[in-house]
Design a protein around this ligand. Structure first.
Ligand code: PLP
Length: 396
């Protein structure tokens, strides 16, 4: 018999995949250029040239056994050192190789961090709406219960009153995502300071550690030449989970890391613990070739400027039309309020104009919808009449 928990999960369809599948069907009928598919968060720009050049050079110059062999369980030393040096240089941290664990992208990094902090039945992880919908299976698969703090829908910063009500000794970790999928909002330094202050107070009260698991795949996708405040610099007990998927446009290469704050209580052991977790979950030994390549171009990103251009066009037009939307500070998402309370009905109505939007309910924030604007700018421009016709149905 198959595990009933997973069998049950197969009956819940992934709404984003379903919308994207519909988009492909529709494109076969009316042409790809006529479908405005804003469903999937897949990077749409080429990788930085240095990444491909590094791979070619590694293949030419290094021996096959190293390049195509197993990675050490904690990661290849060159990659771990490159990550530590880059984080120290950019964010004033003090990481050493021993604080860095190479992982299979953000999904693999978060899987390790969650298992490291969840140990007893009834343990909880708190996250803040709107949140990445995969957090539920990530947390439940690690043996925890996901508790969602309702959104502050006027700012999409943290709703601290609700957070304080839900916080208790059973909470072992806080899973945060900034810059945020789906809102595009970057948590401010003030938000992170307040969060850190509450957690320090709660750790003292409960007599045990409460970790921040900071899921940061969009850290480099910040607009206006700004930098996203570095979460670990606000709170010692932080595991930083990073992925190169979005910043380098390499989601298929499955590469990322967990950086253990050298100031955290378990700094001496955490990476070794992640190595043991890898043995159990099979999310182990990220590809050696890709680790070697990353080590050579650690600070490079794809040309991410198209996302900011798309954000400007959509944000200006949608707010002009009368949508309420918190302006994204980064990512390639925005999360406006739907023009009727039923976000699913609103997105269904948008389909009439071949505008494929994702309802906010799945992100723990009904009454909103997500636009993933990682699409060519000319397509964004051609989609504006569809938004106008949709808005006219509600606003006249
Ligand atoms: N976390 C967030 C917030 C995401 O948006 C995604 C992917 O879209 C992931 C984690 C998973 O990223 P990866 O594909 O790098 O594992």
């Amino acid at each position: 018999m198959l595990n009933p928990r997973y069998v049950e999960m197969t009956s819940h369809e992934n709404i984003i995949r379903k919308i994207s599948a519909y988009g492909k069907e529709r494109a076969a009928q009316i042409g790809y250029e006529n479908v405005f598919d804003y469903s999937l968060g897949n990077p749409s720009v080429p990788v930085p040239p240095s990444f491909n050049e590094a791979i070619i050079d590694i293949l030419r110059t290094k021996d096959d056994v190293t390049v195509h062999g197993y990675s050490p369980i904690l990661g290849i030393s060159e990659a771990r050192c490159a990550v530590a040096e880059s984080l120290n240089r950019r964010f004033g941290m003090n990481y050493e190789e021993r604080h860095i664990f190479m992982a299979i992208s953000a999904a693999g990094a978060v899987a390790h961090a969650l298992r490291a902090v969840l140990s007893e039945p009834g343990d909880e992880i708190i996250t803040f709406a709107p949140y990445f919908s995969e957090y539920k299976p990530y947390v439940e698969g690690a043996g925890g219960r996901l508790v969602v703090v309702p959104a502050d829908i006027d700012t999409f910063q943290i709703n601290f009153d609700a957070f304080r009500r839900l916080m208790g000794p059973q909470v072992k970790g806080i899973l945060i995502n900034t810059p945020n999928n789906p809102s595009g909002v970057v948590y401010s330094a003030e938000t992170l300071q307040t969060l850190a202050g509450i957690l320090k107070e709660k750790q003292r009260e409960y007599g045990h550690s409460v970790y921040i698991i900071s899921d940061e795949p969009y850290r480099e996708l910040v607009f206006g030449g700004k930098q996203s405040p570095y979460v670990a610099s606000f709170y010692p007990n932080t595991f930083t989970c990073y992925s190169f998927s979005k910043s380098m446009s390499v989601p298929g290469e499955r590469i990322g890391y967990v950086a253990v704050n050298p100031e955290c209580e378990d700094a001496a052991n955490a990476v070794a613990v992640f190595g043991q977790i890898s043995r159990e979950i099979g999310h182990n030994c990220p590809p050696s070739l890709i680790q070697l390549a990353i080590a050579r171009c650690i600070d490079d990103t794809a040309d991410l400027s198209v996302y900011e251009k798309n954000k400007e066009i959509l944000y200006n037009e949608l707010t002009r039309l009368g949508f309420y939307c918190v302006e994204p500070g980064g990512t390639f998402y925005m999360f406006p309020r739907s023009l009727e309370p039923d976000d699913a009905a609103f997105c269904e109505r948008a389909r009439k104009y071949d505008l494929l939007l994702v309802p906010g309910g799945g992100f723990g924030c009904p009454g909103h919808f997500r636009i993933a604007y990682c699409v060519p700018t000319e397509k964004v421009e051609r989609s504006l009449p569809a938004f106008r016709r949709l808005a006219a149905e509600y606003l006249g």
